[in-house]
Ligand binder design. Structure first.
Ligand SMILES: *Cc1c(COP(=O)(O)O)cnc(C)c1O
Length: 377
């Protein structure tokens, strides 16, 4: 059996080498390393794939979130509501811009931001909501957009983990995740569902004016060369990363299919096993792209299971072990522990299993049987 990895980037690269190498080579030959034609080509293809008017490539997913918020012209002290159970980048950029992060609890089933908690957290200072489509499944965007409309709030989607997923509205129509709010942000970090070979990110919007603002912001606030109209940043997707992404984008749907197939096999193996709860999925199959496959282990055995897996050469991860409201950088007197019951419980129960495009049946069987043997004692 091939060694089991949390993410098998090498296996994936070997399978597409013949497409990726020439794409990278082309950039090197032309030496258009910054803002070269590959960046524009990839941008156009991604706009087409997502069905969104504007994609603005940038240097990484954290920058994408930050620049999206800069583009909305939020003011210091404005409150931005986001989930307590996510990667720190989301809350980090809110704090960096001197906005006030307001963390709220998530759902126990799909791990995404809780709608009642959002409603409860709204004050006259609230200006935006940042739903994170955690582990590859879209948050309840229909409800979030309704709240936003009612209270005149911006919605910034953190789509770092769910690129390629569809969101199905209650009338059955579908749209790509990340294109529903005022603006969406994604990451092309190597282990993400669409990963490059370094850092990369992008911002999505259907708003022409906002797209124009953001395009200047990623490049020192310049709309005309050497004319700086707004304070910007230097955040570009370099041409070599764009070449990798341009070569990989046509594979994204099949990659997400492979992740779903692995998730289906995991689900089946764990059916009826006590103390194991498999990830909840709502809507149609294409709503979840399984950036992570995350189990909940009840009965207090999560840490012992993680240790057992590691001792048996099976990697696993705990995403995330500490709620953001308990992180030193983001402590705030306004929070009550009783408002974070779900997150406080999830951090003790969640465990993510190997999930990538190269998992084979033998590996899945080894992972699931090791876990089942352990929980059955
Ligand atoms: C990966 C990730 C980011 C940050 O992306 P980088 O490209 O690493 O800066 C932001 N939010 C979430 C939810 C992520 O998973």
């Amino acid at each position: 059996m091939k060694k089991i990895q949390m993410v098998d980037l090498k296996g994936q690269y070997n399978a597409i080498k013949d497409v990726v190498n020439p794409s990278i080579q082309e950039v090197i030959e032309t030496t258009s390393f910054i803002n070269g034609p590959k960046v524009h080509e990839f941008q156009k293809k991604l706009e087409n794939y997502l069905g969104v008017k504007h994609v603005i490539p940038c240097a990484n997913g954290t920058d994408a979130l930050q620049i999206a918020m800069m583009g909305l012209d939020l003011k210091p002290g404005d409150e931005v509501i986001t989930a307590d159970f996510t990667f720190a980048a989301t809350v980090e950029v809110i704090a960096l811009l001197n906005l006030t992060p307001v963390l709220v609890d998530v759902n126990a089933d799909d791990f995404n931001i809780n709608i009642d908690a959002i409603k409860k957290a709204i004050t006259p200072k609230t200006k935006a909501i940042v739903p994170v489509h955690l582990f590859g499944q879209c948050a309840n965007m229909e409800a979030i957009m309704d709240i936003a409309k009612e209270h005149n709030l911006f919605v910034i989607e953190d789509n770092a983990q769910a690129i390629g997923a569809n969101y199905t509205y209650s009338d059955g129509s579908k749209v790509k995740v990340g294109t529903i709010g005022d603006v969406g942000a994604t990451s092309f970090f190597p282990s993400k569902n669409l990963g490059c070979y370094g850092d990369g990110g992008a911002i999505f919007t259907n708003n022409d004016e906002l797209a124009h603002t953001i395009r200047g912001m990623v490049n020192h606030g310049m709309y005309v060369r050497y004319h700086h109209d707004v304070v910007g940043v230097n955040s570009r997707l370099d041409s070599i990363q764009a070449a990798v992404l341009d070569a990989k984008l046509p594979f994204l749907d099949s990659y997400n299919d492979r992740r779903r197939e692995a998730a289906n096999k995991y689900d089946k193996a764990f059916e009826g096993v006590p103390n194991i709860e498999t990830p909840y999925r709502y809507g149609t199959d294409d709503n979840h792209v399984f950036h992570q496959y995350t189990l909940k282990i009840s009965g207090g055995d999560r840490d012992a299971l993680a240790q057992h897996l590691n001792e048996n050469g099976i990697p696993c991860g705990v995403y995330y072990p500490i709620p953001l409201h308990k992180q030193k950088a983001y402590l705030d007197d306004r929070y009550n522990e009783s408002d974070f019951e779900v997150t406080n419980q999830l951090v003790k129960e969640v465990i993510s299993l190997p999930m990538h495009t190269e998992l084979d049946d033998e590996q899945i069987e080894c992972i699931t049987s090791t876990i089942i043997k352990f929980v059955n004692g």
